[in-house]
Design a protein around this ligand. Structure first.
Ligand code: AMP
Ligand code: DBH
Length: 556
């Protein structure tokens, strides 16, 4: 049957490197679903997922995902097909993920915070035959299967979580049809060196880009993460960040936990009020957070010693997604009673960890070092030459789990990859003598709002749809809680234009809430650099100065 398979096109690693990665045992030719099969042999009744009052053993996770895979296959879906999925932090996220992999269907797992624009953009890129969404999301709350949005997404099969009918996700996951011969799909999963799924890029361009991840490269990143973070069957991991995010999915995240035979506990969000009782109740010993959530946890623990008692079982807190300040980092041990691990990763690949046995000066002041001996890192100056040791420069990397090209984006790929296949992440870093990286800035036109990435161009394009706006520039501004927030500088023909109305306008256009500018500033004209580009550095300086002086911006 293999000749009938239509694999998705993606940019492969050159054969020479691929052979090296295989020879070194990084790529083992094994699908991501192998972790379930293995646990079903080792300890089928061990708890894999705890979600509210529901518990799923490895046997149940495996069986439910196989049932869904089998049904999708009988529906005619399989290798070469894609799915768009948008689920909150519920067990179904993993059941569906494994089902799609088993069937050879490559998903894009959109964030639950994504809105119409992101869903439409992903759908345009992958042309999904299947959409799996949730009635818990405002966009689908009505359960209306013929909505404009679903028409635009264009999937022929739509399954909604929370819908009790025959097209409800629960029905497709259930074992109602025990009598049917529910053989696994004949053709899935895809071979290990083909696309398993698409990861989301934080992005810096007008359209959110997709990152093809293969079974081989992703599973290696998970296994290697497990070694460094010492996961095992004893691991009880709280997934409090959005489940599809690369960090809680693979660093080592939920997949690391399944690979190790541990337990994933799902939290709806990272707030102390959601997480602390779950940690106490389920004896959670590992979790991962973005820096703003860490600050909330510290406040809660400081204010209330009972809250601290709830964290007794927590042994390791991983922090990443955005730069963790040293002051916050050094409070984690004393106030939360656990160890800290900094994680500097990207959905495109490269992940850096501080090691569990590192001295405090590394754990508190650096973002760790690359996890694989075969991660190649170059720190380059603006002319593309290596910087002197200890000097800041742009991070370039390639390796056994760093992708080689965004999906269907040749022009953008030409800009962000060099001739040797090194990916330029857009981060400015300093590397110390032992290879540890400290993130000191950013080149890419992106705002990192407490770990949530906003591509400036995407929001600017939406602002320019407003009839009164002639120019727009989105820049970051410092914020004590979030690290950064976004400020939109606009030139408009309507002096009475209010932030409230502008946010409403953007929301109605389908912009996700976290991308709505936190502040608007009207100017007569945007400042330009000598080469005729918008002077964003100047704008950032102006807004930072206004905030520091606690004064309104003087429009000059
Ligand atoms: P994404 O493209 O959404 O996967 O985001 C990856 C980017 O997040 C990196 O390129 C960094 O800019 C940022 N990032 C992730 N972890 C950290 C960290 N620990 N410290 C600073 N920046 C980080
Ligand atoms: O921010 C990220 O994308 C990120 C952070 C930590 C990531 O992808 C990861 C670890 O794997």
């Amino acid at each position: 049957m293999s000749d009938s398979r239509r694999f998705l096109l993606y940019t492969r690693w050159p054969a020479e490197l691929a052979n090296q990665y295989r020879a070194k045992g990084y790529w083992r030719g094994e699908p991501l679903t192998a972790m379930l099969a293995r646990q079903c042999e080792l300890a089928p009744d061990a708890e894999a997922i705890l979600c509210g009052e529901r518990r799923f053993s490895y046997r149940e996770l495996d069986a439910a995902s196989s049932r869904l895979a089998g049904r999708l296959a009988r529906h005619g879906l399989g290798v070469g097909d894609t799915a768009l999925v948008q689920l909150p932090n519920v067990a179904e996220f993993y059941l569906v993920f494994f089902a799609l992999l088993k069937a050879g269907i490559a998903p894009v797992n959109a964030l639950f915070s994504h809105n119409r624009l992101e869903l439409v953009s992903y759908a345009e890129q992958i042309k999904p035959r299947l959409f799996i969404g949730s009635l818990a999301h405002g966009l689908f709350a009505s359960g209306e299967r013929h909505s404009d949005l679903l028409r635009v997404i264009g999937a022929e099969l739509v399954l909604l979580d929370g819908d009790a009918g025959e097209l409800g996700l629960a029905h497709w996951l259930s074992d109602l049809a025990r009598s049917e011969a529910l053989a696994l799909p004949a053709h899935g999963p895809t071979p290990a060196d083909e696309v398993a799924f698409f990861q989301l890029s934080g992005g810096s361009t007008g359209t959110p880009k997709l990152i093809p991840r293969t079974h081989d490269d992703y599973l290696y990143s998970v296994r290697r993460s497990n070694e460094i973070c010492e996961l095992g069957p004893h691991t009880r991991y709280l997934c409090a960040l959005p489940a599809p995010h690369n960090f809680p999915l693979s660093s080592p995240g939920a997949l690391g936990v399944f690979e190790a035979g541990g337990t994933v506990v799902l939290a709806p969000d990272p707030s102390p009020i959601s997480c602390f009782p779950l940690i106490a109740r389920h004896r959670v010993n590992l979790t991962s957070l973005v820096p703003p959530a860490v600050s909330l946890w510290l406040q809660a623990a400081e204010a209330d010693s009972a809250a601290r008692t709830q964290l007794e079982s927590l042994a390791l807190l991983q922090v990443g997604g955005a730069k963790l300040g040293e002051a916050v980092a050094s409070k984690i041990g004393p106030l939360l009673g656990c160890r800290l691990q900094q994680v500097f990763g990207m959905a495109e690949g490269l992940v850096n960890y501080t090691r569990l046995s590192d001295p405090d000066e590394k754990i508190i002041y650096t973002q760790g070092r690359p996890m694989s001996p075969d991660d190649e890192v170059r720190i380059l100056d603006e002319a593309g030459n290596p910087v002197a040791p200890g000097q800041p420069g742009a991070l370039h990397t390639r390796g056994p789990y760093t992708f080689r090209g965004y999906y269907q984006s040749p022009a953008h790929n030409a800009r962000v990859f060099d001739s040797e296949g090194f990916y330029c992440s857009g981060d400015l870093v300093v590397q110390d003598a032992e290879g540890y990286l400290t993130v000191v800035g950013r080149q890419k036109d992106q705002i990192n709002r407490g770990g949530e990435k906003i591509a400036a161009e995407e929001v600017e394009n939406q602002l320019l749809h407003h009839p009164a706006i002639t120019h727009a520039a989105l820049v970051s501004m410092p914020d004590s809680a979030m690290g950064e927030k976004s400020c939109a500088f606009i030139v408009s023909t309507d002096p009475a234009l209010k932030p409230l109305a502008l946010r409403k306008f953007l929301r109605e256009r389908g912009v996700a809430d976290f991308k709505l500018p936190d502040r608007f500033e009207a100017l007569d004209a945007l400042p330009m650099t000598a080469v005729g580009k918008i002077d964003k550095q100047g704008l950032r300086a102006r807004i930072a100065h206004a905030i520091a002086a606690n004064q309104p911006l003087t429009t000059a």
